[in-house]
Design a protein around this ligand. Structure first.
Ligand code: NAD
Length: 352
């Protein structure tokens, strides 16, 4: 697969990726190499990585505990301490080997350590391959509030090796599908049509096209002033729903993609109510999503808590929630204001 060129770095696939990583290390003459893993990527991905990665330099491993709940500043402090104790300096390189939690947190840790060291993303889940590892957003959550602390910072390269997906659970693969559906609905409907045939998908093609789309959008608007906001379709309500389930001790956590999928159903409904997006298409989106994901019930009693969490969305300005909605497939409107009662109706629509 050919490489994809981003603004300051490239996204390289399979063997070419490992070759490029070795070249980068040779060229930049790093003092120390660190690799950030969690217990799952240590077990399933690190052995594959070591098999493919050729270097004479030693590699210092830093392991954190998996899960969104650990994507926070406390974990960052632990990683910064570990890098310091292991002799890290400004010429160190941090390789992140993991899902979006590892690439988001690792990128942030690297970007702040001694005012910034280089990092390389090696995403190991579908979601992190198609979305989190590309585009330069790094950061962590503040309590349950998603991605409140972070910086835009680009990796030196991204290495995509689809072999890592062989150990990813079906639930996590489906989580990644949600971001592909988002690219389909907002940018390239062919992707959505492919997802409809959920059982016979060419995953490498979907990954390549998704990265191409994300990279195109980010290149036009790296700091999310304009078109990059389309990548938030489904995420405004989705993040609030994800946070709500994270903070509810008696409820099973949703994966990022499961929450975004609910968010896309609700925001498609809002699109139909406010922008005249065809209701037939809303129904189609809901049906496709409910074939892939188990139905989650959003209790009416919990709506106000979700609405409360919406107030913290990063796109809000002057306390006003801003949605990205659809006029049609591949045709969107940014900065849409939505009345509270309609947001609640959209959750009722998801439940119905
Ligand atoms: P994740 O990182 O929590 O990974 C999911 C689970 O899979 C974890 O338990 C992990 O240990 C395990 N895992 C990872 N790779 C594995 C492998 N190859 N085999 C077996 N198990 C493996 O979750 P995710 O879905 O990858 O990422 C979600 C995060 O990404 C969220 O925090 C979200 O906010 C963030 N995100 C960031 C961006 C961005 O632009 N920066 C975009 C989208 C999502």
């Amino acid at each position: 697969m050919k490489s994809i060129q981003a603004t300051t770095y490239s996204i390289d696939f399979q063997d070419k990726g490992y070759e490029q990583l070795s070249n980068l290390i040779e060229r930049k003459k790093y003092s120390t190499l660190f690799i950030l893993v969690d217990e799952n990527t240590f077990e399933h991905c690190y052995p594959k990585f070591i098999q493919n990665f050729k270097t004479t330099k030693s590699l210092e491993m830093i392991k954190i505990t998996s899960g969104e709940i650990n994507k926070n500043l406390e974990t960052c402090i632990r990683v910064w301490n570990a890098i310091t104790e292991l002799g890290g300096d400004r010429k160190s390189l941090l390789i992140t080997l993991g899902g979006g939690v590892i690439t988001d947190l690792g990128g942030f840790v690297a970007s702040c350590f001694k005012r910034g060291i280089d990092f390389v993303n090696i995403p190991t889940t579908l979601l992190s391959m198609v979305d989190a590892s590309v585009g330069g957003k790094t950061g962590v959550d503040l309590g349950v509030l998603k991605n409140q602390i972070g910086v835009f910072s680009n990796p030196e390269m991204v290495l995509i090796d689809t072999e890592y997906l062989t150990t990813v659970s079906e639930r996590e693969i489906k989580s990644g599908m949600a971001e592909i559906i988002k690219y389909g609905l907002t940018y390239d409907i062919k992707l959505f049509n492919k997802i409809k045939q959920y059982k016979s998908l060419n995953i490498s093609d979907l990954i390549f096209r998704s990265i191409e789309i994300k990279n195109n959008v980010v290149q036009q608007d790296p700091k999310e002033q304009n078109i990059r906001k389309i990548l938030n379709f489904g995420h405004t309500l989705g993040h609030a729903i994800e946070s709500f389930f994270l903070e509810s001790e008696n409820k099973k956590n949703l994966t990022h993609g499961e929450a975004i999928a609910i968010g896309m159903v609700c925001e498609s409904y809002l699109s139909s109510k406010l922008l005249g997006f065809s209701f037939e298409k809303v129904t189609e989106i809901k049906n496709v999503i409910l074939t892939i994901y188990d139905k989650t019930t959003l209790l009416k009693d919990d709506f106000h808590k979700i609405m409360e969490l919406l107030k913290h969305d990063k796109k809000n300005i002057n306390g006003q929630v801003n949605f990205v909605l659809l006029n049609d497939y591949e045709d969107y409107q940014l900065n849409c204001k939505v009345p509270v009662n309609l947001i609640e109706s959209s959750m009722e629509f998801y439940n119905s």
